[in-house]
Ligand binder design. Structure first.
Ligand code: DQA
Length: 157
C-alpha cells in the first residue's frame, strides 16, 4: 500500500491505475503508446502545478488494493481520476468502491488511454461508467490531463 495522502491546502486528486498499466511503454505500444507510468507521474505533477491540484499517481495489479485506495479517497475527501484498466469491464467490487466516491460528493472521472468503444466487444461495457462523474477515453495521456482539467474547472465552480 502506498503512503497516506499528503495534507495540502490544494484539493487532492488520486490518479489510480489498474492492472497492466505498470507495463506502459512496453505493453502494446501501438495501442497505449511508448511512454511509461513514470512518465505519466512526471506529466501529472506538472498538470497539478498548472491546475492547482495536489496529485498523487498510483498503479496496482491488485483488485483489493485499488478498492482500498478508493476507500482512502472517500475518507480523505480526495477526488479521483480512475483508469480501471481491465477491471473496467467486470469488477463489481471496484464499481461499488468507486460509487462511494461519487455518493460522498467527490468527483470521479473514468479515463482510458485507448477508446474501448472502438475495440473488442468485451471492452464496450464499463461497470464504472454509470457511477462516474464523467468519462474521457481515446486521447492517450491527454485523457488524464483533460480529466484533471475538468475536475479543476468543476471545483472552481
Ligand atoms: C484501458 C482499456 C481497457 O480495456 C484495457 O483493459 C486496459 C487499458 C485503456 O486505458 O485504454 O488495460 O483502460
Amino acid at each position: 500500500m502506498a503512503s497516506a495522502l499528503p495534507s495540502s491546502a490544494l484539493p487532492s486528486v488520486l490518479v489510480l491505475n489498474g492492472p497492466n498499466l505498470g507495463r506502459l511503454g512496453v505493453r502494446e505500444p501501438e495501442i497505449y503508446g511508448h511512454a511509461s507510468m513514470a512518465d505519466l507521474e512526471v506529466a501529472a505533477a506538472k498538470w497539478g502545478e498548472d491546475l492547482g491540484l495536489a496529485i498523487e499517481v498510483r498503479q496496482t495489479d491488485n483488485e483489493s488494493e485499488i478498492v482500498g485506495w478508493l476507500h482512502e479517497a472517500v475518507d480523505a475527501g480526495a477526488h479521483v481520476v480512475l483508469n480501471p484498466a481491465a477491471f473496467t469491464h467486470y469488477s463489481y467490487a471496484l464499481r461499488d468502491a468507486a460509487a462511494q466516491v461519487t455518493t460522498a460528493g467527490l468527483l470521479l472521472v473514468e479515463v482510458h488511454l485507448s477508446n474501448p468503444a472502438t475495440r473488442e466487444s468485451f471492452r464496450h461495457y464499463s461497470v464504472v461508467a454509470g457511477i462516474a462523474t464523467g468519462t474521457v477515453a481515446g486521447f492517450g495521456f491527454d485523457s488524464y490531463r483533460l480529466a484533471l482539467s475538468a475536475i479543476a474547472e468543476r471545483l472552481a465552480g
